[in-house]
Design a protein around this ligand. Sequence first.
Ligand SMILES: [Zn+2]
Length: 316
Amino acid sequence: MNRLRHWIVLWLVTLVTFVGAISWHGYSQAQSSPNANLTLETAGLTLEELGSGVYGLIASTDFPPQNPNAAICNGGIVIGTDGVLVIDPFQNAALANLLFSTVEDLTDQPIRYVLNTHYHFDHTGGNRAAKARGILIVGRGPIREFMIERNKERDPDLTPPNLVLNSESTIWLGDRQVQLAEVEGHSGGTDLVAYVPDAKVLFTGDILFHQRIPYVSDGDIRKWQSSLSQLIANYPDARVLPGHGPITDRRGLESLKGYFDNLERLALSWQQQSLTQAQVLARFAEVPAPYKDYKFHGLYQGNLETAYQQITLGEN
Ligand SMILES: [Zn+2]
């Protein structure tokens, strides 16, 4: 009996020491290198195939993220016949490298292009990892100027695109084409969408937030509404990867259009009632019932302020 007790105690001591060592190891690793154990799972990302050789990495976090290593936006991967294009390398180099290693698990082909759908830090902070690998970084319009002026605080080591487009363009990945089209409304002239015609897959960037309250404080609601109408008309049967939120199709574009139409109606009713912005913020603070299940509720007040300024007051 004594021997058995002795054996159990010895076994318990060994177990406690072992578990303790593992946790300490994990803890010190997390302290010295917070991204050392980054995986799709810990980054809150799910890899989904959108078409043959076309993938989305879909982010599940709310905003702002509780976990600093969680990816905020969605990423995209297009594998052609002689190279790969990746879309929106997330907000830091560790997440970008996770995107690149995900590509390496899918194909032996080299990553030739990183595309920024617009300048916001959560879509461009990973650019420096692309630059370190010598990958061409593509963006649109005033993206370099906007990044340098506006992202500096969030991204001290910022890396703007080195290929800037100012019109509709096509990137060829061997036999496969990716069509880039300019859209307006989310980020003041740097928004673009990418379409893979042979797979009928559309990457919208932040012109589409799906099941998320959109970030409009940097945007133009009326331009955004017409961009959504244009996308619905131009890509009626595409699979759609939004900038934020799950995979959808034209119904996702239609529901964000409906969201803005409701917001516009509200803002016009504030005008008729001659409400002040303070009254609007106090009375309409709650997210309307149809959008209660959306994530990003923290962005709703900014929607009210922007709608008040742009629609109620008619300022732009
Ligand atoms: Zn954005």
